[in-house]
Design a protein around this ligand. Sequence first.
Ligand SMILES: [Zn+2]
Length: 358
Amino acid sequence: MFDVKAHLKKLVEAHGPSGYETPIRAILAEEWRDLTDEQLVDGLGSLIGVKKATRTGDAPARKIMLAAHMDEIGMLVRDIVDGFIYVTRLSGVDNRVMLSQTVMVHGRAGKQFPGIVAAVPPHLLTEAQRQKYPTWDELIVDVGLPAAEVEKWVRIGDPVTCDVPMLELMGNKIAAKAMDDRACVAIVTACLNELSKMHHRWDVYAVGTVQEETGLFGASTSAEMINPDIAIALDVGFAKQPGVEGDELGGGPVLAIGPNLHPKLTEKLRECAKRYDIKIQDEALSGHTGTDAWAIQIARNGIPTALFSLPLRNMHSPVETADLRDIERTARLLALFIASLDDDFMDSLAWDDLKVKT
Ligand SMILES: [Zn+2]
């Protein structure tokens, strides 16, 4: 029996900031080994797991791409002074929440050093300092080693990531770093698991994309490589919490509607959710969604793409909070949708009377 919580724990506690995804890719390749028939890697490092159609007709099987990014936000070493490590932001880390965090410095020769972000004791702060958030000049990592040792093993440009265990809250909620977007990677894995008990006529290309947080790069390169007939991107979205008007945590995946998403594909997903009585929520996104869906939609000659967002509280912090039931529901919906795809499905995406060029 597939344990999605245990799988997710493995993913979120692993490290792999944008551009440095090797460790998380290795873990994911292992987790997908028995669920896929073939594994590929694009030139940028995105992992592509191919699950072949279990039923084939005369024509070659069509391809659906599922994309969730495996990179996480992180930091880079910017300077080392007297053994203290100064860092800079690698994608969207929030400097407000970084003081006193536990981190991992990924040094030379594969050496990893646990560290903490140092904090000046409050007694020593001026009133003005207490009123403002720490700047990147004030976020300094201490790994405890003498200066010479730090200089030996850590260089400018080495990545630094948050290092916190996944926490189980009450009510099926879980909090961790990198839930953006490894919670959605876990959805893809759970979907592959569901599909292993079903028949499907389409080939499934499960993708852990790289460098989403730095510019949707892996989605772009993997979509070019796969050339899917349709795609579904999965990313996190803002859940409701004090100060945030968002979707309901635990209310089901959020189906995005807007010009970045193919209207008929989106409608087909909605119909599927209704048919199987799976709760979903709606969200209007008026332009660029800022997700892999954007890069995939405009790859090659245009790929019909849909987007599901997983509701998440505390985004881009080390305590990103998701609901396990949303993860399980989304996986089931995706598997049922994929199993329903037939040879004529592309005709149903036609623009008025014109067929989509495939
Ligand atoms: Zn994301």
